[in-house]
Design a protein around this ligand. Sequence first.
Ligand code: ADP
Ligand code: MG
Length: 275
Amino acid sequence: MSAAPVLRLRGLDVHYGRGRGRRAALRGVDLDLAPGETVGLIGETGSGKSTLARTVLGLVRPTSGTLSLAGEDVTAYGPRQWRALRRRGLVSYVFQDPLRSLDPDLTLGHSLAEPLLLQGLPGKEAAARAREFAPRVHLDADLLDRLPGEVSGGQRQRAVLARALVTEPRLVLLDEPVSALDAAHRVKILDILKDLRAQGVALLFISHDLGSVAGTADRIAVLHHGSLVEDGPAREVVTRPQHPYTKLLLASAPTLRGAGGDRATRARLRAALTA
Ligand code: ADP
Ligand code: MG
């Protein structure tokens, strides 16, 4: 017997705007994440990656299709049900530009304890659990008394991760979590994510750069103009991409040797896409 997927999207459409300004940001997206699975969601700016993440968090309402979390169909949930769901800490996220997502006036310890307080844990217990949890993301517990402005960028990033993970979520959405980091920090964060996967947490790892997720993801899904054009085992997507757009991404990924990285190949692939 296999466990219910942590995330299941079926025929998901999301539109922004009304009347003549109405635009599709997602079109008929089908996507599953099993417990412990890491899926890399790739696509260029404007392809709908953040819209998908925001929909899974209940911040954007699907126009049609269904969204299930851990076997629960949440498609029709209203704001109150979403708030209750969020408090359970089943799904958490690290958004783009995490370095700015900590309150500058709160100590790191306070920021870490906050999601636990929201779950109804008493202050002392929340603080103790935050302190206990910090080393799991290689964050020295002594740093918890400091403000975000008093620690390094890498330490802030780990605090943001710790805050997303302290409720022990089943699914974590990482929207371009490493793009703002230098190479040394990037490697550390990727190591932490590998540990998480071993603990059964499902990860949706969002990036515009295929190269940055290819080594981490079990599966790679590719968004192009709001449609999922490819979804397969990471190795297969990298070695035998099916869709011309995936081939273009591979050719453009600086860290991967895909379907040929030269300018002529990229120009040809781009032309094939717009034909
Ligand atoms: P990505 O994260 O891949 O860059 P987004 O999901 O942010 O893509 O955006 C997908 C499309 O939806 C883009 O065309 C973007 O301009 C549009 N869009 C995103 N958010 C909004 C919004 N709040 N209102 C209207 N259009 C939006
Ligand atoms: Mg985005």
